[in-house]
Design a protein around this ligand. Structure first.
Ligand code: GZL
Length: 330
């Protein structure tokens, strides 16, 4: 799909956020039963992944702020504790409750066809935010999120530039198995380091959590030793922060003995970057609530919307992080 620049919206902290959209239009479901068009309250069921990371907390806050009563919404919130089956069950409950619209941040890409078909048959439009699904795009009205593959490429290109000319042994802390960010970040990073001397010696999921990253890193250190690992690529800041704890507990110096590259750029990650314990972070902006709420209103009102809206990301080394850390909104 061709990405097209669509609009720029200001977000908390006045940081401009550029949105790009993909061209395949999708007309709102003519059978939408939402009464939002008449200015009445729009009841929205929001199926969140859980509360696995600092990124997720910022995303939930953004969604709750956007889908507020003052903005014309009644929000029914469910957090699935990273459990795909529980999340599908929550969506089915929203359908049975007869909500006007459903918003989903899908834990994993697969397994969504049946319940999305049920929502379509019930005339309830679905908006995806954050992660994507493998189901047909006819089964949801629109998606707003980040280009996870590009995030992986950006992280890998920096690694290739910094470490690609010398023999470098890398371990990976993967995100939730089957999730779009884990799949796409891994693919993008691998493409970017192809042909360099960076060798991936191990990869395992830490489920995007700090404890998960720490536990997996402890296993890597037990297997390879601090001296046997040169680089950690963590699919999110929280797992990178867990790796820092494991490296320090084993007597190592994170950011020096073992370099660390992560993705998200949440406050704790950026502080570790400023402190020299992480070496590079690619941003993944969690502030998707305003766009998701705008899309719900447009779809309920029967307006045509694009199928995808991409939020653009930045990247930070230690010097760049020190310049912005005090003014970032998350
Ligand atoms: C990315 C998001 C990921 C974050 C993690 O958009 O889905 O899930 O990178 C979060 O921190 O848990």
């Amino acid at each position: 799909m061709n990405k097209r620049f669509l609009s720029t919206i200001a977000i908390a902290g006045a940081a401009a956020l550029a949105l790009t959209a993909c061209s395949s239009d999708s007309d709102a479901d003519p059978g939408a039963t939402g009464d939002g068009g008449s200015g009445d309250t729009i009841t929205v069921g929001f199926a969140q992944t859980g509360a696995e990371s600092g990124w997720r907390a910022a995303n939930t806050e953004s969604m709750e702020n956007a889908f507020s009563e003052a903005n014309g919404f009644e929000l029914i919130f469910n957090a699935a504790d990273n459990d795909p089956a529980a999340q599908i069950s929550a969506v089915r409950n929203f359908i049975n409750q007869g909500v006007d619209a459903i918003v989903i941040a899908p834990v994993v890409e697969d397994g969504w066809d049946d319940v999305l078909e049920e929502a379509k048959e019930a005339g309830i439009p679905v908006i995806l935010e954050d992660r994507t699904v493998s189901a047909s795009e006819d089964l949801y009205a629109s998606w707003v999120g980040l280009d996870f593959h590009a995030e992986g490429v950006k992280a890998g290109e920096w690694a290739a530039e910094q470490y690609g000319d010398t023999a470098t042994k890398m371990v990976v802390l993967e995100g939730t198995t089957g999730s779009a960010p884990a799949n796409d970040r891994a693919a993008g990073f691998a493409e970017a380091i192809e042909g360099t001397q960076i060798e991936q010696i191990a990869t395992q999921t830490g489920d995007f959590t700090r404890d998960g990253g720490k536990s997996v890193m402890e296993g890597y250190i037990a297997q390879y030793g601090i001296d046997g690992i040169d680089l950690v690529f963590a699919h999110n800041d929280d797992m990178g922060l867990g790796a820092i704890e494991a490296i320090e507990a084993a007597g190592g110096t994170p950011g020096e003995d073992i370099k660390i590259i992560t993705i998200d750029a949440v406050k704790d990650g950026m502080q570790a970057l400023v402190d020299g314990k992480i070496n590079y972070i690619v941003e993944c902006n969690p502030l998707l609530g305003d766009k998701a709420a705008e899309l719900v209103k447009q779809v309920i009102a029967g307006e045509s919307v694009d199928k995808s809206y991409y939020v653009e990301d930045q990247a930070f080394d230690q010097a760049a992080a020190a310049e912005v850390i005090d003014t970032r909104p998350y």
